[in-house]
Design a protein around this ligand. Structure first.
Ligand SMILES: [Zn+2]
Length: 162
């Protein structure tokens, strides 16, 4: 990606600014000028409004990368995931702050802004979003009892057959 293109895209890469169709409510990231969901596309042209994604979502699919792309040598293995955001759009990004072995489908994550890569001799540093586990789903290390009641599933019978 050229430097010029990078900077042009920087604002939305930083703030996850998308767009939302006020006709049907669908959210798009990157933002779109027309909603492909609405049958009368032209009607949606005037109905697209800027929309700020929260950055919260969950892992929809992921892959563990063992062979680094140029510029990522220090980071292998790393996880690249498709994250389905709360608002709907699916984003691609690296998952950080978690052991690759602990990443799983359904893991709650949150966008965080990090250095993506450093560009060779020019020393240009690119920033963008990555994903880190959301606090509430961070791996629990304590081995304490975590038996949660499952509705509809009866507890072990006390009155064993006699
Ligand atoms: Zn629409």
């Amino acid at each position: 990606m050229s430097i010029a293109r990078f900077w042009r895209e920087t604002p939305r890469r930083y703030n996850l600014g998308g767009s939302r169709c006020t006709q049907c409510g669908t959210v798009y990231f990157p933002p779109r000028a027309v909603c492909p969901n609405c049958t009368h596309h032209r009607q949606s042209i005037e109905k697209m409004v800027p929309f700020q994604l929260s950055g919260s979502g969950e892992v929809f699919s992921y892959t563990v990368v063992h062979e680094a792309a140029e510029g990522f040598e220090m980071q292998v293995p790393y996880v690249v995931a498709l994250v389905r955001t709360e608002e709907g759009p699916i984003l691609t990004g690296q998952v950080v702050d978690v052991d690759p072995a602990e990443v799983r489908i359904g893991l709650k994550v949150r966008a965080t802004f990090r250095k993506l890569r450093e560009e060779g001799r020019a020393g240009v540093i690119h920033y963008g979003y990555k994903f880190a586990p959301a606090e509430e789903s961070a791996p629990v290390r304590s081995p304490g009892p975590s038996a949660t009641a499952v509705p509809g599933v009866p507890a072990a019978p006390d009155r064993a057959s006699t």
